[in-house]
Design a protein around this ligand. Structure first.
Ligand code: PTT
Ligand code: SF4
Length: 613
């Protein structure tokens, strides 16, 4: 089998044992890698309703057939587990040397099971695994942990680690890598922490198996250069992801003060131009020639790498408009190892609840010092408040009552990414139907929707576009595994990806094959949810109720008086289900499952709920 090592490494932390296991060609061809592998393994190996923070959960690092190969932006890995944040399938994607090193060590997948009796880290070198004591780094932040491991093993190794938030099982703790990278906002860091696993270090000395090595080398190296040239010409990475900040403010789609407002006169202070002016360093992932990580100095002089999502959710959404202050919240999230987006969303919900008299408290929008303190309390789960914040906005709302849930800005328990969709139905649908909770990574339809369609329309075309984007982003890029930015930001042709895949595997896939793969993965992610929650219904694919609340419409500005219409959203959702071949509850039908060759999975899900024909 070319393109895959054909092996996974299974490590049991309870018994401190490990073994290399082969997987079949059929498994590789059906699920390809990354998210595809992860969802299938979690489906097959987890019993329903296990505690995501218990030893029965499995922490997976999953790579794809082009991961780690020198070709555009392939230094990425998927981390996955049952999510403690949402209770469904959870994953995230981060730039890391682990992508290349694990493949060179001879594996496409790492599965970590059980729970250690004391803090450990894993050192994986080819066929050997060492379980090493982590007492010295337990309690340390992610930056110190990374530095400690680099000091021991050098900077070429792959390292995944967690900070205090992961150790204390903050439900939105992330996995960190390479100083500036973070992934797994669905709580993958908490799963590592629950296993007392502080870090994974990987070193491989073998070769990644490629069907046509000469061809792959030629196109890979040439294309890395071409991508670099396009980036130089378009100057995208000058502002990186924050290039959209001022646009979103102009079109009234910025999250401001718990998404209650959509634009702000001080927004310019956080935009891409200001970020670039403040730049002190640039970071990136391995195998990338369009480094997009812009680092600034925060208000305490520390270097911190900023992205749009972080700036908007820790900045405007908290009513904080000083870049350096936002920088220091960002630094803390990175060091504690918790998701900037859910941290910002949760703090904003808390400030909102205080402002509306739902609970008593002294946290106010705009108070950066208090926000810093609260982040520390969250990471340590300090006191009742720290514990509440560590569980995210939905669980807080359930405690607060008084209908506050409508303003917990989340879907399926995961806080929204930084797009305020009061009057953007397609993007609201993208959030509602994202299979891991409110993440923009599955279908970033917003730019298409605002630039090419009627903004407030609920036409079927928007549902079609959401499905198309989910196939590309959530299906192809998450299973290959590679960064989507060359395509989405520079217009790098999608046809290049089957070309890399075919050179690596010797197969002859077209984009159409990847769309089928995406559909299969999405159907299985939905089955995973339904097995957990047999009474599944379509309201779980709704965006936050605040976007349907007429009282929440903007009073002035470009969308004054406009808000989403629930009935029409429901119709749009029905279009989406129809295109996917899912029933009115949002569950794949039998016919769809058969088309996607999910017959066994269908039988399993039918133990829990009857599928429609
Ligand atoms: C991702 C989510 C994002 S999406 C951002 S900023 W973005 C936040 N980054 C965080 C961070 O930083 N520190 C932290 N403590 N928490 C953070 N939470 C947030 O996590 C990331 C880039 C970005 S920057 C994006 S969009 C793209 N995402 C990709 C993806 O998902 N898949 C893919 N195939 N390619 C992608 N390319 C881009 O990668 P989650 P990274 Mg991240 C510091 O993981 O859970 O999916 O959440 O990986 O290596 O840092 O690169 O405007
Ligand atoms: Fe990483 Fe940015 Fe390069 Fe993508 S474009 S691989 S996120 S540095």
């Amino acid at each position: 089998m070319f393109g895959w090592n054909g092996s996974l490494l299974r490590v049991d932390l309870t018994t401190k044992t490990y073994h290399k296991e082969p997987f079949t060609e059929d498994f590789a061809h059906r699920w390809v890698g990354g998210r595809g592998f992860a969802v299938k393994i979690l489906w097959d190996e987890l019993k329903p309703n296990i505690d995501p923070l218990g030893p029965e959960n499995k922490f997976i690092v999953s790579l794809g057939p082009i991961s780690g190969i020198p070709a555009p932006n392939t230094g990425k890995a998927v981390v996955a587990a049952k999510s403690p944040m949402t209770g469904g399938y959870g994953d995230g994607n981060l730039g890391t040397m682990v992508a290349e090193q694990l493949r060179k060590a001879g594996y496409d997948l790492l599965i970590v099971e059980g729970k250690s009796s004391s803090p450990v880290y894993l050192y994986i070198k080819d066929n050997n695994v060492e379980f090493l004591p982590a007492e010295e780094i337990w309690g340390k932040g992610s930056f110190d942990t990374n530095a400690w491991l680099y000091e021991k093993y050098g900077k070429r190794v792959g390292v995944l680690n967690i900070g205090q938030a992961g150790e204390n099982m903050v439900l939105y703790a992330v996995v960190r890598s390479m100083e500036g990278r973070a992934g797994g906002r669905t709580g993958m860091g908490a799963v590592m922490g629950s296993k007392l696993l502080k870090a994974v270090v990987v070193e491989g000395t073998g070769k990644i198996p490629v069907a046509e090595p000469e061809l792959m080398k030629k196109i890979g190296v040439e294309d890395l250069k071409k991508v670099h040239d396009i980036d130089k010409k378009t100057r995208w990475s000058v502002q990186g992801t924050d290039a959209v900040f001022s646009w979103l403010n102009d079109v009234a789609a910025l999250p401001v003060r718990n998404f209650r407002e959509t634009h702000h006169r001080d927004a310019w202070k956080l935009d891409g131009e200001r970020l670039n002016e403040a730049r002190v360093a640039t970071y990136g992932c391995p195998n990338c020639t369009m480094h997009c990580g812009i680092a600034i100095r925060d208000d305490e002089g520390r270097e911190t790498e900023m992205d749009y999502e972080n700036i908007a959710l820790l900045g405007s959404n908290l009513g904080i408009f000083e870049l350096k202050q936002v920088g220091s919240l960002n630094y803390l999230c990175d060091d504690y190892g918790m998701d900037t987006m859910s941290a910002g969303g949760t703090l904003a919900f808390y400030a909102d609840a205080v402002a509306h008299g739902i609970i008593e408290g002294d946290f106010r929008f705009g108070d950066a010092q208090a926000a810093k303190r609260l982040l520390g309390m969250t990471a340590r789960r300090e006191g009742e408040l720290g514990n509440m914040l560590a569980d995210g906005s939905l669980r807080m709302a359930k405690k607060f009552g008084h209908d506050s849930e409508a303003y917990a800005m989340q879907v399926k328990g995961l806080e929204l990414a930084a797009y305020n969709c009061k009057f953007i139905p397609g993007m609201a649908l993208a959030f509602g139907t994202s299979p891991i909770g409110a993440h923009h990574k599955e279908a970033w339809i917003i730019s298409y929707e605002l630039n090419h369609t009627v903004r407030g329309s609920y036409g079927r075309d928007k549902a079609e576009k959401v499905v198309e984007l989910q196939r590309i982003r959530g299906g192809m890029f998450e299973s290959l595994v590679s960064c989507r930015f060359p395509w989405i930001e520079l217009g790098w042709d999608l046809e290049n990806y089957p070309k890399y895949f075919n050179a690596a595997t010797g197969l002859k896939w077209t984009l159409e094959d990847f769309w089928n793969l995406g559909d299969r993965i999405y159907a299985l992610m939905k089955f995973f949810w339904v097995r957990e929650i047999p009474q599944w219904d379509r309201t779980r694919d709704y965006p936050p109720m605040a976007w349907f609340d007429k009282a929440n419409a903007d009073k002035k500005g470009p969308i004054a008086g406009k808000i989403l219409e629930r009935k029409q959203y429901d119709e749009l959702l029905s279009h989406y289900y129809d295109i996917r071949g899912w029933d009115e509850r949002g569950i794949p039908t039998r016919k769809t499952a058969e088309r996607l060759h999910l017959d066994d999975e269908m039988k399993e899900v039918e133990k829990f709920t009857r599928l429609e024909s």
